[in-house]
Write a protein that binds this ligand. Structure first.
Ligand SMILES: [Zn+2]
Length: 242
């Protein structure tokens, strides 16, 4: 290379002829030695942005993450794109603009990537691209959720145990509803949670158990919370969808 320099070639010409990056040729010419230690000890960009890859999943924002987990288990899916990029998509009905906003905020708080809204018929798809959705939601896998085993990892359960309310809220916001059951002209509010996956219904039931919220199976795919005290507990942090 020094011969090419002596022959009067400029950095661009040398780079083209040798395949060596132009930046490297400039360093050599000026006698600069890059600080390789600094490069080696710097954490990978992925590890910095993803608490799971960085080995510290408990540093995730508990409320936003477990709420998003509930939405994902209810109405979310992760699709695969080229170069190991994934897209988390959560479908929110147009009827609940507040819910769309909460979903968007939770997604942005969990990973600081751009969150998009795509209008579909009767609903909005809230979505973001990242390489890390499968580490954040290891329940991702081939096939439909109810056709595969869905269980929380140890660190996910630890986050839920800190406060199960955001998870329950996310699950009810995606797959639940608050209805009025009329008995002799008196309305009795109750909550229903419906999901085809017995595993996901189990996650909902166990989280309710942690807060002393009583539930029972309502039909093969649905659980209901009907006792007055339990409904009152859910009303404190869920309430009707909007
Ligand atoms: Zn990751």
């Amino acid at each position: 290379m020094l011969e090419l320099v002596r022959a009067g070639w400029n950095d661009c010409e040398i780079a083209r002829a040798t395949g060596i990056p132009r930046r490297t040729i400039l360093d050599w010419r000026s006698g600069r030695i890059p600080d390789f230690d600094r490069v080696r000890t710097r954490p990978a960009p992925n590890a910095r942005s993803c608490p799971v890859c960085g080995g510290d999943p408990l540093s995730l924002p508990q409320g936003a993450y477990t709420y998003l987990l509930g939405l994902y288990l209810g109405d979310g899916c992760i699709s695969t794109h080229p170069r190991q990029v994934f897209r988390l998509r959560i479908v929110c009905a147009n009827a609940y603009p507040g819910l769309i906003q909460r979903c968007e905020s939770a997604m942005a708080e969990v990973l600081p990537n751009k969150v998009s809204r795509t209008p579909k018929i009767g609903c909005i798809e809230v979505a973001a691209y990242s390489k890390h959705w499968p580490c954040l939601f290891p329940q991702h896998g081939p096939g439909r959720k109810h056709e595969r085993k869905i269980e929380l990892t140890v660190w996910q359960q630890e986050l839920v145990d800190l406060d199960p309310r955001p998870l329950i809220r996310g699950l009810l916001h995606s797959d639940g509803c608050r209805v009025l059951n009329w008995v002799n002209g008196t309305p009795y509010p109750r909550y229903h949670f419906s999901n085809v996956s017995a595993d996901i219904r189990g996650i909902f039931g166990r989280s309710c158990d942690q807060l002393g919220i009583e539930w029972r199976p309502n039909n093969p795919f649905s659980l209901s919370v009907a006792r007055q005290g339990s409904v009152a507990l859910l009303d404190e942090f869920v309430g009707p969808k909007r």
